[in-house]
Design a binder for this molecule. Structure first.
Ligand code: ASP
Length: 290
């Protein structure tokens, strides 16, 4: 039976409930993760994913999303995608309908529209208000934005078949064109049926430099449990990338047997877990010794 994980308390709740419903309806793990991320992208109250998220410094929402299957290492991703939802579906289509792994920016949008999505404005009255507030006082609101975590990274397995997926609008008020770890295979997600799956959320530049997800899956390949593998990756980041202690950098992992774990460089992290279609449970993680 299936195990599904989703990051962060508020957005993860939206995602895990939609994913669970898909499992209960007989959908595949891939369909469940897509349904979970689509629901979170569609929720205008979540400010770092999809509709109503906080824009880049030009006032435009740019979305990053990715998906990977552990069975054949197939992967698809989009980055800096504007004005279409759901980004995770476009990433899946890149994987299933093209020979490529990633499409970017306006060309990713063109592909999404060609494949049947309609262009739309993703800004809400609230995201416009917050952007205008940031324009008046860039420092203070940027600091606030760094404490908001609505990126959703999801991992799933069913009978040892692993799937990883992620969707985000990235850092609020980022430089236009900035891409974080979430759509990068090996950084924000990784899945390999030989070892397990891993994902990341938090400060994308640091997680990317550490190849956090690939590193964590490889550690499971050396025999570490998902929890031990996440702790090893976080310890490596704290040693090699001391800046990663300044903001949360989170890794999460799922074993082929449904065992799971997570670790963070800073702050408290909440992970949603749904096993065999049962009621989702939330688990809390803090830095070791913190
Ligand atoms: N990792 C994402 C990024 O850097 C943000 C997050 O997960 O909070 O774009």
């Amino acid at each position: 039976m299936a195990t599904i994980l989703a990051t962060w308390e508020e957005p993860g709740k939206v995602a895990i409930h939609a994913a669970r419903q898909t499992v209960l309806n007989g959908g595949s793990v891939l369909d469940s993760l897509e349904a979970g991320l689509t629901a979170a992208e569609d929720d205008p109250n979540l400010v770092a994913i999809g509709r109503g998220s906080l824009p880049n410094s030009d006032g435009e929402i740019e979305l990053d999303a990715s998906v990977m299957l552990g069975s054949g290492l197939e992967a698809g991703a989009v980055c800096a995608l504007r004005g279409v939802l759901p980004a995770i579906r476009v990433a899946r289509w890149v994987m299933e309908r093209t020979e490529h792994v990633m499409l970017t920016g306006d060309q990713a949008r063109r592909f999404a529209i060609e494949q049947g999505l309609r262009p739309q404005n993703l800004m809400t009255a609230e995201s416009i208000r917050r952007y205008e507030e940031w324009l008046r006082s860039p420092e203070s609101v940027a600091e606030y934005a760094h404490s908001v975590h609505d990126t959703v990274t999801m991992l799933g397995e069913d009978g040892g078949r692993m799937v990883a997926a992620s969707s985000t609008s990235g850092w609020a008020y980022k430089k236009p064109g900035r891409v974080g770890d979430s759509p990068i295979v090996g950084a924000g997600i990784y899945a390999d049926d030989e070892h397990g799956a891993a994902g990341a959320t938090g400060w994308g530049e640091q997680l990317w430099r550490a190849c956090a997800s690939f590193r964590t899956v490889q550690a499971m390949g050396r025999g570490l449990s998902p929890q031990e593998a996440c702790e090893e990756t976080v310890a490596y980041m704290q040693r090699r990338l001391p800046g990663s202690r300044e903001l949360p950098c989170v890794v999460l992992a799922l074993g082929k047997d449904g065992s799971f774990g997570a670790a963070t460089t800073k702050g408290e992290f909440h992970l949603w877990v749904c096993r065999d279609g049962g009621g989702p449970q939330v688990h809390a993680y803090r830095p070791k010794g913190g």
